[in-house]
Design a protein. Structure first.
Length: 652
């Protein structure tokens, strides 16, 4: 029988949404007058330079516009207004470095640093609408570089520090970036990992000529790393500039950032988010989902290269004047109790992490009892969150019992890069909790489940998750590819009327609670990082002297949620034994170089061919069964060579 955990009274009595009746009333209000509901929230949450008079433009669906005659500056909403409210001396960030040392910065000093960086951008000719790539690990400077773009109306695109030169090059070319901000190295797990040399490799082609400057934070290296006339050391430039930069007031629909995410085709998609609509939802969800208070210490463990870092490390908490911990390291260095040590050290009260991290720490903490959460003082915690993928009930229960000590709600939040913020989530003061369920739609989000014709399904039946009405923080388009945006998210088979999340889901027959059942397309979700199967297949086949053909599927994995399984046909004879292991490792390393380490296949299986129909179509449903170790029970009458299934069952 499913256990239902009621809302915690200590949170309910002080929460902005204190009980289920208040949640339902907000939902009714949004249903009665949808535009007026969002307009009221936008006026309440955002400081406008020019107030909007127009709320929602639906004249050209699915290219919706919100608050589209208003003007604002996002950095002002995150920094200046907090300083103006007397919070200049309040700590904005506590930066826990890989080696355990700490750096703190106040809102006043963060504003000054942001303005100095913005002035550097301006002296280099960066202006409103220009694209800036930020290739840095989590740090105060990385966040200031993002805010500095918002300050002058430039459009930033943060690239995860683990991505390869090839991935950077793809993004440079797609967005035609003028500036890249990077550092000599980053520190992770006690290791010094290169950044600038990866950028150099990425730009070593004529198609990246759009990049005019590379600004470098020289943090660790004593070596000469500025090799090109376009390279500039950041710190000397910053010190020449005054600590104030007049903000650029932009239209509500002005792009704030691009963030690239994988699709079911090989080319990554530049998800484009607006300024006002995105900021509104970032602030609103941070306030209502996490119940963020003035005295809280909030810690989101995500990297800034992902949407979670954007929304719940930068724009959401800063817009509310929150104090946050940020961390550049990994949860297992120098020991597997690092997360719990940081929570105890900084008195973290709201903790937001990924199921992959939780599952990894369950294994390690149970194997090394001295690093178990019970050995740390975690009494400061009051709210726990989970992000990136659905959290399985066993991990939820461990998180609830051992980290939250059965005193903290565990919030399983569902959302995507494309949605900008939570769309289905528990609210800690109002929502009863069920392990494995993301509960109910955020107030104002009209989510439902449909079949493949777009007909709504009754509760209890699985189908495709959709959102019925546009909401302010939804992505505006795919950068430079409006047609792909329409086809991917508002497909013709729904007559373009629903946003298609790309996930399957089911609603509980009694409560209406949502449970996400998995992707409906060929996108893999590994440790919360989404990658297209074709992107990984393309990387494998690019090892052209060796690989003839490749197919990639996902299989469940208790640590990463989903693991990458590759089926490969070589140009040489099918390898076996030690030779197969060596070639498999070569292919993993190659994929890591082309895309990044996160994309390395966990399983690689070699065959003389792939399972295909007589017309030449790869039967991926068979590959998924093989990857999961399931017996083949499907119809294989159209399979060209059934014997190939035995070969592909062998793991390397």
């Amino acid at each position: 029988m499913t256990t239902v955990y009621p809302p915690f009274e200590n949170i309910s009595k002080n929460a902005e949404i204190p009980h289920m009746e208040a949640y339902l009333e907000l939902c009714k209000k949004a249903n009665r007058s949808y535009e007026a509901y969002w307009a009221q929230q936008a006026n309440r949450v955002i400081d406008w330079y020019k107030p909007f008079t127009k709320i929602l433009d639906q004249s050209n669906p699915p290219f919706y516009k919100w608050f589209y005659d208003g003007e604002l500056n996002v950095s002002v909403n995150c920094l200046d207004r907090n300083v103006a409210k007397g919070m200049g001396r309040k700590i904005a960030f506590i930066f826990e470095k890989d080696d355990g040392s700490c750096q703190k910065i106040t809102y006043k000093d963060l504003l000054a640093r942001t303005c100095q960086i913005a002035n550097v951008y301006k002296t280099l000719g960066i202006k409103k609408g220009d694209r800036v790539i930020i290739y840095l690990s989590v740090s105060i400077d990385a966040i200031a570089c993002m805010l500095a773009c918002a300050r002058i109306g430039a459009i930033h695109s943060v690239i995860f520090g683990g991505f390869s030169a090839h991935s950077i090059r793809d993004r440079v070319v797609d967005m035609q970036a003028k500036l890249i901000v990077t550092a000599d190295y980053q520190m992770r797990g006690g290791k010094q990992l290169p950044l600038k040399s990866v950028v150099d490799e990425a730009l070593d082609t004529e198609d990246c000529a759009c990049v005019q400057r590379v600004l470098v934070f020289e943090k660790y290296s004593q070596d000469q790393i500025l090799h090109n006339p376009r390279d500039l050391s950041f710190e000397p430039l910053i010190n020449r500039h005054v600590a104030y930069c007049e903000p650029e007031w932009v239209n509500a629909e002005h792009p704030l950032f691009l963030l690239y995410t994988s699709g079911s085709t090989g080319k990554p998609k530049g998800v484009q988010h607006s300024s006002a609509g995105y900021l509104l939802h970032a602030a609103l969800t941070t306030s209502w989902t996490f119940d963020l208070k003035f005295t809280d210490i909030f810690w989101c463990t995500a990297d800034i290269g992902w949407i979670t870092g954007h929304t719940y490390m930068v724009y959401g908490p800063l817009s509310l004047g929150g104090t946050q911990v940020i961390f550049e390291g990994i949860p297992t260095y120098p020991h597997s109790g690092r997360f719990w040590e940081i929570i105890e050290k900084h008195r973290v009260s709201i903790f937001y992490t990924a199921p992959t991290a939780i599952r990894t720490l369950i294994k390690l903490n149970e194997a090394s009892p001295e690093q178990h959460p019970k050995n740390y003082n975690l009494a400061s915690l009051r709210i726990l969150g989970s992000v990136g993928e659905p959290i399985n009930p066993a991990a939820w229960e461990w998180y609830f019992e051992h980290v939250g000590q059965k005193q903290c709600p565990v919030l399983d939040t569902f959302w995507q890069t494309e949605t900008g913020g939570h769309v289905i989530t528990p609210l800690p003061g109002a929502t009863p909790l069920v392990a494995g369920s993301c509960a109910l739609p955020f107030p104002g989000i009209q989510a439902t489940i449909v079949d493949d014709t777009g007909e709504e399904l009754p509760w209890g039946q699985s189908g495709m998750l959709v959102i019925k009405k546009p909401w302010p923080s939804m992505m505006r388009t795919i950068w430079g590819d409006d047609e792909r945006f329409k086809n991917s998210y508002f497909p013709d088979y729904f007559q373009g009327k629903y946003y298609l999340a790309g996930d399957g889901a089911v609603r509980d027959a009694e409560t209406g609670y949502f449970t996400i059942t998995g992707r409906i397309d060929d996108v893999l979700n590994v440790s919360g990082h989404r990658m297209g199967t074709m992107e990984i297949e393309s990387a494998l086949v690019s090892f052209s002297e060796l690989v003839a053909e490749a197919a990639v599927v996902g299989r469940p994995d208790e640590t990463t949620g989903e693991a990458i399984c590759a089926f490969v046909v070589l140009k040489t004879q099918r390898p076996q034994g030690e030779e197969a292991h060596k070639i498999a490792q070569k292919l993993r390393d190659h994929v890591g170089k082309i895309i990044g380490p996160i994309a390395k296949p966990k399983d690689i299986r070699f065959g003389d061919n792939l399972p295909k129909t007589r017309s030449g179509k790869i039967m991926r449903r068979l590959l998924r069964s093989i990857a999961k170790g399931e017996p083949i029970t499907q119809d294989i009458s159209t399979l060209e060579n059934p014997a190939i299934l035995v070969q592909l069952s062998e793991t390397n």
